[in-house]
Design a protein around this ligand. Structure first.
Ligand code: PRP
Length: 175
């Protein structure tokens, strides 16, 4: 298997995460209850770096979803809730934190799920966005990097559970 090739260095990621945290701090400076909801598994490293860079008080929740079948199949867009958040998010300022928005189906599912629970506000933050793969529209509030249509691994993202803990983000050839 060819080795992953660097797309974003650890330094570039750290700089962008810090600037996203500054924007988020400004947005939520008056928030009474900010809840970051990390979408497992891919977001776990991004969420932990982003959360530690914030100065505004916040709490952390996790949610896990999986998609049915492969993303090109007729079942594309069907998302299943695997693990819900632990605490009620009604009246809270909710920020969904994703590692990557690809087709957009997962984030659409999650925004509908949370909208129905009566948050005070609901926004979305993704480290990576692949516009070329977009199938559904999502209002993305914070985007770290727009990337080309290549498979990426590292900094939380995997290929068949490999490479998640690379410190940088790399592309790998189509398998
Ligand atoms: C990835 C990513 C998003 C989703 C985005 O998760 O973390 O949740 O895909 O894809 P979409 O925009 O096409 O819906 P993945 O299914 O790879 O699971 P993982 O995070 O557990 O690795």
């Amino acid at each position: 298997m060819e080795q992953p090739r660097e797309l974003l260095s650890a330094q570039e990621i750290a700089k962008r995460v810090a600037s996203l945290a500054t924007e988020i701090d400004q947005q939520y400076v008056s928030s009474r209850e900010l809840v970051l909801v990390g979408v497992l598994k891919g977001s776990f490293i991004f969420l932990s770096d982003l959360a530690r860079a914030l100065t505004v008080p916040h709490r952390i929740e996790f949610i896990a979803v999986s998609s049915y079948g492969d993303k090109e199949s007729d079942e594309a867009g069907r998302v299943k809730l695997v693990m819900d958040v632990r605490h009620d998010i009604a009246n809270a300022d909710v920020l969904i934190v994703e590692d990557i928005v690809d087709t957009g189906h997962t984030l659409l599912y999650l925004t509908r799920l949370f909208e129905a629970r009566g948050p005070r506000s609901l926004r979305t933050c993704t480290l990576l966005h692949k516009p070329a793969r977009k199938r559904v529209e999502n209002g993305l509030d914070y985007v770290g990097f727009e990337i080309p249509d290549v498979w990426v691994v590292g900094y939380g993202l995997d290929f068949a559970e490999r490479h998640r803990t690379l410190p940088n983000i790399c592309s790998i050839p189509p398998q």
